[in-house]
Design a protein around this ligand. Structure first.
Ligand code: SF4
Length: 713
C-alpha cells in the first residue's frame, strides 16, 4: 500500500531486495513510511531505483505478519501463542534434549541472505559456540556458493572484483547466465548507458533476454546455448583466445602461476575444445563463438593478434572487457567449474585488476555476499577462513571462550539427508523458506517431517513453518539496525525507521536463544556486533558504524592497508598471490532429455517480483506479475496442441505441476522457461536433486520435462 502525505523526517537505509543494494531515504510521518526515495548519494544507485525497492515495501506492514511467538509440540497441533521467554526456553530445551539424546551434531542452523551481517554473524556464532558444531549453512548454498568456491580457487577471494561504476570504463561486456534488466535493474541501467555510449555486448544465455535487443541496445553476439553446456562454452571461448594468439602474455607471466597456465593452455588448445567441435554440445554455431571470443579479447568481432597489437599501440592498453554473470552460471552441476572458467578467461586476457574489467557475480539477494562473508558456511569462519585452521580457531575461541570444532559441518542438503537417516533432529532456520526455495520439495518436506524440533524465525507463516514446532516472529528491514553487503562488496547501513512489530529485532532473538542455550552473548546493539566482526575479521578491520555514517558505505577489504575500502580488487597482485588457472573439463549433466522428458526447463525472475515472492506477493507489485507462466516455443506448443494461455502440466522425474503457457520465441525449440515467485506454481516440485560437484548448489537451471495440455486446475 502506498500512503500519501507530507513526510516529517527521513531515515537513510538500504533496499532489502537484490544484490545491487540501493540506498533509500525512508520518508516518514511519525512511525509510518510515506514513501521510499532513492538516495542520490547512494554509491550503488546514485539516485536510481526499481519498482521493487521503490514501491514494494508494503509487506512490512502486511496483515499476514505474525507478531507473537508460537509453539506446538506436534505439527498437527494448533499453534499456541506464548511470550518470548516461553518460546525461547522451549526451543533451547528441545535443542539440548535432542543433543543429549542423539549427539552434539544432531542440530544445526540456517542463516539467510535477507538478514543483516550482524544477524547472520550471530546465528553462525550460536551454532558454533552454542550448539558446539559447524552445522551452519546459508541460502547462498542454493545460489552463489559456486562463486565463493570458484573465485577463491582462482583469484584467492570469494567476491567480485569491481564496483558497479566500473562498467562505465568497459569497452566490451559479456553477460552470462544473468538477466540484469529483471534481476538487477539499477545495474542494468548503468550497463545500458555504457552500451549506448558504444561499448559492445555479448550475451550468453539460452533465452533471448531483453538485453539481446531492446531500444538503443543490441548485443553484438547472442550465444543461445543449450542449458547445461556452460563449461563447454567457456572452454571453447578460451580455445579461440589461446589458439589465435590473443593471450596477454606479459600479464600472465607477471601475475599468474606459470605451471597451472601451461597446463590450462595445453588443455584448452586441444581440438575437442574448438568451437567447431563443441557446436554439437552447445548448439551454438562455431562462427558466433569465435566472434564473441575475439570481441572479448580484442574489442572487435573480427579481431586478430595484429589488430589487438594496433589497439595497444594506440591506447597503451588492451580493450577493457568485463564479465557479469548470475545464477545461470552457478546453478548447475558444473557451476563452480564455469565460475573458474570465467576467471581463467579474464586472467588469460589480462582483464582483472583495473577499472572496466573483471569477474563480476550479480548476487541475487541483498546480502548474499555478506552472509557468506560472515562465516555462514559449515567449513568457514568469518572472513572465509577454514575451520581446520588452528590459528583462526584459536582467535575465535579466545574471543568467544569456547572450544570450536575443526571439522566442517553439514551443508543444507546434507542436513536433509542426515534427518532422513535419523541423525539430524533439530533446526534453527532464520529468514529462509527452505520448503519453497530448495529443490525437490518432496525430499525437503520428508526431511523436515523426520526432525523433532524446527524453529522458524520469519515475518510470515511461510511454507517451512508448516513443519515448525516453534515460530519466532521476525523483523523487516524497516525495523532493524545493521548492515548489508552488496554484490560489489559494498557494506551499507540499514537503519531502523520503526520499532520491531514483535517487540524484538532479529538479532535480539538470536542473542536470547544463545543465552538460553548457555552460550553467553551480551551486545548493547548491532553496532557492538559489528565492532566484534571488525576485530576478528581482517577484511573488516577498518569497518565501523561511525565510518559508515561518515562515508556512506565501504567496500571490503577495509583495513589498515585500505582504510576507506577497496573499489577494485587484485590491482597489483591476486589475493592468493599468483592467479591460478584451473582445467575446466566439460562433463554433461546427469539430467538427460529422453522421449519421456524431451524438453529442458530452465528458470529465472521477473522485474516486479523477488525470489519466492514472500515479500513482493504481499505488495501492489502483483498488478504487474500475478502468476508464474511457462514460456514455450511455438513449434513445441504446436506439436502438443498448446495455445497461448492454455493450462499445461509440466512433469519431470521429480514431480509435476500445472502452469499456464505463454508461446514465445524468446526460448529456443526444446527449451521451456518459468519464473518461481509463487508457491502454487511449484517450480521446485519438479527440480531435481542434481547439484554442483564442489558446493552442492542445486542444478535449478536444467530439468528434463514433458509438457502437455491439461484442464484448468
Ligand atoms: Fe535497487 Fe535491487 Fe532494490 Fe531494485 S531491488 S531498488 S535494483 S537494490
Amino acid at each position: 500500500v502506498i500512503r500519501l502525505g507530507q513526510p516529517e523526517h527521513a531515515v537513510l537505509t538500504t533496499c532489502a531486495y537484490c544484490g545491487v543494494g540501493c540506498g533509500f531515504k525512508a520518508e516518514m510521518k511519525g512511525s509510518e513510511v510515506v514513501r521510499m526515495v532513492p538516495w542520490k548519494d547512494g554509491a550503488a544507485n546514485e539516485g536510481h531505483a526499481c519498482i521493487k525497492g521503490r514501491f514494494a515495501w508494503g509487506y512490512a506492514t502486511h496483515a499476514d505478519r505474525i507478531t507473537t511467538p508460537m509453539i506446538r509440540r506436534r505439527i498437527t497441533d494448533p499453534w499456541q501463542v506464548v511470550g518470548w521467554d516461553e518460546a525461547i526456553a522451549y526451543a533451547a530445551g528441545e535443542f539440548r534434549r535432542l543433543q543429549a539424546a542423539h549427539g552434539r551434531d544432531a542440530v544445526g542452523g540456517i542463516t539467510s541472505s535477507r538478514c543483516t551481517n550482524e544477524e547472520t554473524y550471530l546465528v553462525q556464532k550460536l551454532v558454533r559456540a552454542g550448539f558446539g558444531n559447524n552445522n551452519v549453512d546459508t541460502c547462498a548454498r542454493v545460489c552463489h556458493s559456486p562463486t565463493g568456491y570458484g573465485l577463491k580457487q582462482t583469484l584467492g577471494e570469494s567476491a567480485g572484483t569491481q564496483t558497479f561504476r566500473s562498467v562505465a570504463q568497459a569497452d566490451v561486456v559479456v553477460v552470462m547466465g544473468a538477466n540484469p534488466t529483471d534481476g538487477h535493474p539499477v545495474f542494468a541501467s548503468r550497463l545500458k548507458r555504457r552500451l549506448r555510449e558504444g561499448a559492445q555486448l555479448v550475451v550468453i544465455d539460452p533465452r533471448r533476454i531483453d538485453l539481446v535487443k531492446s531500444p538503443h541496445v543490441q548485443a553484438a553476439e547472442h550465444l543461445a546455448l543449450r542449458p547445461g553446456t556452460n563449461v563447454a562454452m567457456v572452454t571453447a571461448l578460451a580455445h579461440v583466445v589461446v589458439t589465435e594468439g590473443l593471450v596477454d602474455e606479459a600479464y600472465v607471466a607477471q601475475r599468474c602461476d606459470d605451471k597451472s597456465f601451461r597446463e590450462w593452455r595445453a588443455f584448452v588448445a586441444r581440438p575437442e575444445n574448438a568451437p567447431e567441435a563443441t557446436e554439437a554440445v552447445t548448439g551454438v554455431p562455431a562462427a558466433a563463438v569465435r566472434a564473441a571470443a575475439r570481441l572479448y579479447a580484442t574489442g572487435r568481432s573480427d579481431g586478430t593478434a595484429a589488430t589487438l597489437a594496433d589497439f595497444v599501440a594506440r591506447h597503451g592498453r588492451r580493450p577493457n572487457a568485463a564479465i557479469y554473470y548470475g545464477l545461470g552460471v552457478t546453478e548447475h552441476s558444473q557451476g563452480s567449474t564455469t565460475v573458474m572458467g570465467i576467471a581463467n578467461l579474464a586472467m588469460a586476457t589480462g582483464n582483472v585488476g583495473r577499472e572496466g574489467v573483471g569477474v563480476n557475480p550479480l548476487r541475487g539477494q541483498n546480502n548474499v555476499q555478506g552472509s557468506c562473508d560472515m562465516g555462514s558456511f559449515p567449513h568457514e569462519l568469518p572472513g572465509y577462513r577454514h575451520v581446520s585452521d588452528a590459528t583462526t580457531r584459536a582467535l575465535f575461541e579466545e574471543a568467544w571462550q569456547v572450544t570450536l570444532q575443526p571439522e566442517p559441518g553439514l551443508r543444507i542438503p546434507n542436513m536433509f539427508d542426515a534427518a532422513l537417516a535419523g541423525r539430524f533432529k533439530g533446526l534453527y532456520c532464520q529468514g529462509e523458506d527452505i520448503v519453497q526455495s530448495d529443490p525437490n520439495t518432496q525430499h525437503v518436506a520428508a526431511a523436515l517431517m523426520a526432525m523433532e524440533c524446527i524453529v522458524v524465525q520469519d515475518l510470515f507463516l511461510n511454507e517451512t513453518a508448516r513443519y515448525a514446532h516453534v515460530f519466532l516472529p521476525g523483523s523487516s528491514f524497516l525495523e532493524k539496525d545493521g548492515t548489508f553487503t552488496n554484490a560489489e562488496r559494498r557494506i551499507s547501513r540499514v537503519r531502523k525507521v520503526m520499532p520491531p512489530k514483535a517487540g524484538l529485532a532479529d538479532w535480539e532473538v538470536t542473542v536470547k536463544l544463545a543465552n538460553a542455550l548457555g552460550c553467553p552473548m551480551d551486545y548493547a546493539s548491532p553496532r557492538a556486533v559489528m565492532d566484534e566482526i571488525a576485530r576478528l575479521t581482517p577484511s573488516f578491520h577498518g569497518v565501523s558504524y561511525d565510518k559508515l555514517d561518515r562515508l556512506g558505505s565501504l567496500q571490503w577489504p577495509c583495513n589498515e592497508a585500505a582504510p576507506e575500502g577497496t573499489p577494485t580488487m587484485h590491482v597489483d597482485h591476486f589475493v592468493r598471490g599468483k592467479g591460478r588457472f584451473i582445467i575446466t573439463q566439460y562433463i554433461a549433466t546427469d539430467e538427460k532429455v529422453t522421449r519421456r522428458f524431451p524438453l529442458i526447463l530452465t528458470t529465472g525472475r521477473t522485474l516486479s517480483q523477488y525470489n519466492v515472492g514472500a515479500q513482493t506477493r504481499r505488495t501492489e507489485n502483483l498488478r504487474w506479475h500475478a502468476e508464474d507462466r511457462l514460456e514455450i516455443h511455438p513449434h513445441d506448443a504446436e506439436e502438443r496442441g498448446i495455445r497461448d494461455g492454455d493450462w499445461v502440466g509440466v512433469a519431470s522425474r521429480a514431480g509435476e505441476t500445472v502452469l499456464r503457457a505463454t508461446l514465445t520465441d524468446r526460448v529456443q525449440p526444446g527449451v521451456v522457461y518459468t519464473t518461481f515467485h509463487f508457491p502454487e506454481s511449484g517450480a521446485n516440485v519438479i527440480t531435481t536433486d542434481n547439484s554442483d560437484w564442489a558446493t552442492n548448489c542445486p542444478e535449478y537451471k536444467v530439468t528434463a520435462v514433458q509438457v502437455m495440455p491439461v484442464m484448468q486446475p
